[in-house]
Design a protein around this ligand. Structure first.
Ligand code: NAP
Length: 262
């Protein structure tokens, strides 16, 4: 890439303040890197793994990036984390709700107690958490004149998740929440998009991709592979770019044609 092309790409998100939940690892780390490479200041929210958060912070290009610790299942911690980022950055332009969990709880072999726990933890993390982040950041963006929010959901919202039904339901709920907010917030110049990946090569999926079902998972796509985190980041950048405003409310499938819908 020529120096000129590099400069043009870098300038796209210059001076933008970006907040990425779960930005310390996996897909979130790739998203944080993609924005930093293009000139943004990035705040990375993590829950417990401070080593991973610091590692990501150290690899981000540019200056002024920060990490913030919070459990998004706790509404007070979400509010404090959002306020802290806004205070440190002096504003917030782009928010990516990426943090999420997937708990295995097949109906045939899970106790009723464990079934309850899996549903509660999954919905708290994957739906209540992003809903609370959306509330806190959108109230700021309404006052500041606008912004972008991208929510990371999953192919499982459409295709079903037989061994993680709470996960599929949480992501379907987040799709719906995103569409409701796209309508509600457009008059405030706030645009919402969703990226719905199929399998992505991260720690969340490492065991399954390396195990006996790995070949079957890769073969779900005619490309015979899963996505790389950078490919998810690419779609997030599009939804936050100038010119994508009228795509608000859209859900970008990122599954290598492994599950097509129309
Ligand atoms: P990952 O590698 O497991 O990373 C998860 C990130 O979320 C970590 O930074 C983690 O922080 C953070 N996190 C988890 N629970 C949290 C909580 N309660 N509060 C705050 N932060 C929390 O996950 P990933 O594979 O990159 O997945 C990222 C997103 O993409 C998720 O929403 C996932 O559902 C979605 N997705 C992933 C795939 C895939 O194949 N990987 C496919 C479709 C959709 P700590 O490390 O500090 O705990």
């Amino acid at each position: 890439m020529s120096a000129r092309e590099q400069k043009e790409i870098r300038s796209e998100f210059d001076c933008k303040h970006v907040f990425v939940t779960g930005g310390s690892r996996g897909i979130g780390r790739a998203i944080a890197n993609a924005f930093a490479d293009r000139g943004a200041r990035v705040a990375i929210l993590f829950r417990t793994n401070i080593a991973a958060a610091n590692e990501t912070l150290a690899e981000l290009s540019g200056k002024g990036h920060i990490i913030v610790q919070a459990d998004i299942t706790k509404p007070d911690e979400v509010a404090t984390a959002v306020s802290s980022v806004i205070e440190q950055f002096g504003g917030l332009d782009i928010v990516v709700n990426n943090a999420g969990i997937g708990i295995s709880h097949p109906l045939e072999s899970t106790s009723y107690d464990d079934w309850q726990t899996a549903w509660r933890q999954t919905i708290d993390t994957n739906l209540h958490g992003p809903a609370n982040v959306c509330f806190c950041v959108a109230r700021h963006m309404i006052e500041s004149g606008g912004g972008r929010i991208v929510n990371v959901t999953s192919r499982g919202a459409f295709r079903g998740e037989p061994t993680k039904p709470a996960y599929g339901a949480s992501k379907a709920g987040l799709n719906s929440l995103s569409q409701s907010l796209a309508v509600a917030l457009a008059p405030h110049n706030i645009f919402l998009g969703v990226v719905a990946p199929g399998f992505v090569n991260t720690e969340l999926t490492a065991d399954r991709l390396e195990g006996k079902e790995g070949d079957e998972i890769r073969a779900q796509s005619p490309l015979n592979r899963v996505a790389e985190p950078e490919e998810v980041a690419h779609a997030v950048l599009f939804l936050c770019s100038d010119g994508s405003e009228f795509s608000t409310g859209t859900i970008i499938d990122l599954n290598g044609a492994s599950y097509l819908r129309s």
